[in-house]
Write a protein that binds this ligand. Sequence first.
Ligand code: NAP
Length: 245
Amino acid sequence: MDKVSVIVGGSGGIGLESAKKLLAKGNRVCVWGNKNMEKLKSELRAFSPDKCGFYNVNLFDEESIEKNILSILNEHKSINSVVYSVSAPIKNGRIENLEWKDFQEHIDIQIKAFFTLVRLILKNSNQKERVKFIILLTEYCFGKPPSNISHYVAAKYGLMGFVKSLAAELDANKYTFNMVSPGMVETGLVSNLPPKLIEMTAQSNPLKRIATPTDVANIISFLDSEESNYLNGVNILVNGGSKFS
Ligand SMILES: NC(=O)c1ccc[n+]([C@@H]2O[C@H](COP(=O)([O-])OP(=O)(O)OC[C@H]3O[C@@H](n4cnc5c(N)ncnc54)[C@H](OP(=O)(O)O)[C@@H]3O)[C@@H](O)[C@H]2O)c1
């Protein structure tokens, strides 16, 4: 039987590349997007039409998450991996210029929506196979974070604490939780940054470039594979060595 992967944030730069990678391995993928469904469908239909399912889910809406994950469980009966690769757009601002709603937005999409998703899977799947959760954090979860994005960093640290607690609490024969922490990656998430900042980040990296979505999707593919079966609770830095853990 084909493995089934759910990719939350599949219309994003990293999620889309991960979907392609997992499809190439022979997985079935259930790809979630929100505002960019058409782009997502056109990219993946050409790639592997018969093994893709598309789901329009608003992560701010618990009913939308519930309806879609139950539909996947109903159709496929079991899920082998869940890639959680989402972010709201990141506003740049010092703490004096941010409002609580900026924090709430990131906390809701990183922690509340993931909480809802994990609980629905725990309550509704009675499968024998293990579910591997793969969660995207950021290299800012190590060492000194940059200024002006405290809402994003706070939500990612909250998510990291939640994920580590799940890895510690749940039966690892049934569920594993591993994290991927990239440095800057060429995706839409950084497209509003000044080109000079991106160039400076690339030049200060030992490999003289920022990451491509493929650099990150390769690690996600490894965590999805049986080669990662003895890992649980780890957080892998994917940053060309620009910062150590
Ligand atoms: N790019 C980087 O430099 C970088 C670095 C470190 C970590 N990361 C992390 O890697 C992950 C993926 O980032 P990315 O660069 O691929 O980002 P991206 O290209 O901006 O994609 C973000 C994804 O989140 C989805 N999303 C946003 N709001 C949503 C909502 N309300 N409901 C459902 N889906 C929603 C988007 O769906 P739609 O587009 O369809 O609305 C999209 O699929 C994130 O967790 C990010 O924090 C990225």
